[in-house]
Design a protein around this ligand. Structure first.
Ligand SMILES: [Zn+2]
Length: 293
């Protein structure tokens, strides 16, 4: 009997000694992979982050499933991009019955307007990325005040890295001749990058991926590209390359590689985090445009 009691006591002590494990972490849901990585960087070991729209997937057109509804129902905190990006998120949140706090990561960002519509791709300039990071830290500090200092410290270190990458992007793009900064992507996802870094991005498809261009729109774009001598075409990870390949055939402009607009790459790919994604896009753009001049 005494032996059994000691065994139980030891087992009990062992249980107490277990460090913070998955069930102690605050459950956080992020709507898409890029935002999910930012949240992970800010929360580190303190949160269990679930991403709804995963790598290489298109968050413009997504149908949530039962696992998403469960993750949202179980969450303490939910982050969305806002600016009309996740058209499906409000219904998912409402139907799940979750008690989570819902935060919009783009709070305080000045949205770009394209043909009267709000452009949701605000993360594609690092100055906005740093605002996302501060918003995430502030929101986590509110939802989990015990760890407020850790969230703020993580955000500060992360933003220092983003600022260094931003300075590098500004310097490298400034070296490109002013007339060789026009590129084409499949959908209009880089307006913020264009504005922030002095480039021109053209696209046959608008700011969401649902619409397909008419034959006339495509012909007009091809005519325009021949006139402006666009430097390179880029396929995207979340859309079919067919349109861009057609434009390449009809204009003779080369495809300069694949860039990541709305989602990270799968593990093993070149864009497994927000920082790596931005760096990969920058290098791909610079390399293709550098070859042209
Ligand atoms: Zn998009």
């Amino acid at each position: 009997m005494k032996k059994l009691f000691s065994a139980l006591l030891i087992a009990g002590l062992a249980l107490w000694a277990v460090p913070a494990s998955a069930h102690d972490k605050i459950k956080v849901v992020a709507s898409f992979s890029i935002l999910g990585d930012m949240v992970q960087q800010v929360t580190g070991e303190l949160a269990e982050v679930t991403t709804i729209v995963g790598p290489d997937a298109d968050a413009h057109v997504y149908t949530p499933n039962a696992a998403d509804a469960k993750a949202v129902a179980d969450a303490k905190v939910i982050f969305v991009n806002g600016l009309g990006f996740e058209t499906w998120s409000q219904t998912l949140i409402d139907n799940s019955g979750t008690k989570a706090k819902v935060y919009v990561a783009t709070e305080g960002i000045t949205p770009l307007k394209v043909d009267g519509e709000t452009d949701p791709h605000a993360w594609n300039t690092l100055t906005n990325g740093m605002i996302y990071v501060n918003n995430i830290a502030k929101s986590m500090a509110e939802a989990d005040p015990d760890h407020a200092d850790a969230y703020k410290a993580n955000a500060k270190a992360y933003n220092e890295r983003l600022k260094a990458l931003h300075d590098r992007a500004v310097a490298e793009i400034a070296k490109l001749p002013a007339d060789s900064r026009t590129v084409v992507t499949a959908h209009d996802a880089f307006g913020y990058l264009a504005n922030g870094y002095g480039m021109t991005f053209l696209a046959p498809v608008g700011i969401d991926t649902e619409a397909e261009p008419s034959a006339k729109q495509l012909a007009d774009l091809i005519d325009h590209l021949k006139k402006v001598k666009a430097g390179a075409l880029f396929v995207e990870n979340i859309t079919s390359p067919a349109l861009v390949e057609q434009i390449s055939r009809e204009t003779g402009i080369k495809i300069g590689g694949k860039i990541y607009s709305d989602a990270l790459s799968e593990r093993g790919g070149p864009a497994t985090s927000y920082e790596k994604m931005f760096e990969h896009n920058l290098t791909t753009l610079i390399t293709a445009l550098g070859k042209q001049s």
